[in-house]
Design a protein around this ligand. Structure first.
Ligand code: FA5
Length: 333
């Protein structure tokens, strides 16, 4: 029995030494230690030995043989795994410096396209374009817009504060309206200006709300400007931007910086109304904050969301989709 054990072990060790792949190693494992393996068979024969002493000796020899074969198996398997992995890596190697196809031509993001088309439509109506800073002082973002400290309308804007200067004095602008004040301070009337840009609100995102989004502000200041001019401008813009089949309406609303104030909606050719933004006649306090005499000049302002317009124009279900940067989605526009 002992001779048989040693013979089975020696044969296994020799075959392992001669193995040329991990498959060979697994074949030896099966033939020696598997269910019907040579050492397994011998183990089953232990019970048939005549004396206890014989059983003990054969059992010990079997254990030693099994340990030796298992160690040789593990060592050979480790070697083959390493070399086979090296071969696999070489086969699958990607040369990222190699250009295999011509890179596709990119295009502007769907929101950038809307921004540019909006600017074009307003330039066509005789407006100029201005921009302002994204990090604003509390004064420009709220105070100058007729929202002093503790004004209830401030809570409608969930504000991100910037750790700069006195606590609460610096914000990420919550709308593009502060640019109205900057334009009034630097441009003597008549003013016919649009001011697009990025704005920030500390709010939970959903299908129609983003925390970082875009607005376009409009400001007209001249002598004798009335609500009729506001309604006419909104209507001309609606037709220029959306097409002849669209019309607009104003609905009474409230903003601290305009009086009277309105929401404006557009009607699609299919007959449904979409809310686009807010507007109104510039409040006298706001004109004064911008250094303009409300006795001499009057004006109107409007502001609406560019992302929501892009969403409606392209029938996109969820504004957040535009910012996942999935090229398969963005390529469509
Ligand atoms: C304002 O921000 C005013 N400054 C607009 C204004 C300007 C009124 C000038 C009067 C005169 P409001 O918070 O409603 O108003 O936002 C205007 C538009 O921005 C909304 O109609 C909507 O289109 C867009 N908007 C607002 N919040 C979000 C948001 N979280 N995500 C995407 N778009 C938004």
């Amino acid at each position: 029995m002992i001779d048989q054990i040693l013979a089975a072990k020696d044969s296994a060790v020799a075959r392992l030494a001669a193995a040329t792949s991990s498959d060979d190693v697994r074949a030896v494992e099966l033939e020696v230690l598997g269910k019907k393996g040579s050492l397994t068979d011998l183990k089953a024969g232990l019970g048939k030995l005549a004396t206890i002493e014989e059983k003990k000796q054969a059992g010990r020899a079997l254990n030693e043989a099994t340990t030796e074969v298992s160690a040789a198996l593990a060592a050979r398997l480790g070697e083959f795994r390493r070399s086979e992995r090296a071969v696999q890596l070489e086969v699958e190697r990607l040369d990222l410096t190699e250009v295999t196809r011509k890179p596709g031509r990119g295009h502007a993001h769907v929101v950038t396209q809307a921004w540019q088309r909006l600017e074009d439509a307003f330039i066509g109506l005789g407006f100029q374009v201005a921009e302002g800073p994204e990090v604003e002082t509390d004064w420009y973002n709220f105070e100058a817009l007729n929202m002093p400290a503790n004004h209830p309308a401030r809570s409608m804007h969930d504000t991100f504060y910037v750790d700069h200067g006195a606590p609460g004095s610096t914000v990420l602008r919550t709308h593009t309206s502060p640019v109205q004040i900057r334009v009034m301070q630097t441009t003597p009337p008549p003013i016919y200006m649009v001011m697009p840009g990025r704005v920030f609100r500390n709010e939970t995102t959903d299908a129609t709300h983003l925390a970082v989004f875009h607005q376009i502000e409009g400001l007209v200041i001249d002598r004798g400007i009335t609500l009729a001019d506001l309604a006419g401008t909104i209507e001309s813009f609606t037709k220029a931007f959306f097409g002849e089949g669209f019309t607009s309406r104003l609905r009474p609303s409230y903003f601290p910086f305009t009086e009277p104030s309105a929401e404006f909606d557009i009607r699609t050719p299919k007959g449904n109304w979409l809310e686009l933004g807010g507007c109104g006649m510039v409040h006298p306090n706001v004109l004064r904050a911008g250094g303009i005499d409300p006795e001499e000049f009057s004006g109107f302002a409007f502001g609406f969301g560019i992302d929501r317009m892009a969403k409606e124009r392209h029938s996109i279900n969820d504004v957040r989709e535009m910012y996942t940067n999935d090229i398969r989605f963005l390529e469509q526009f």
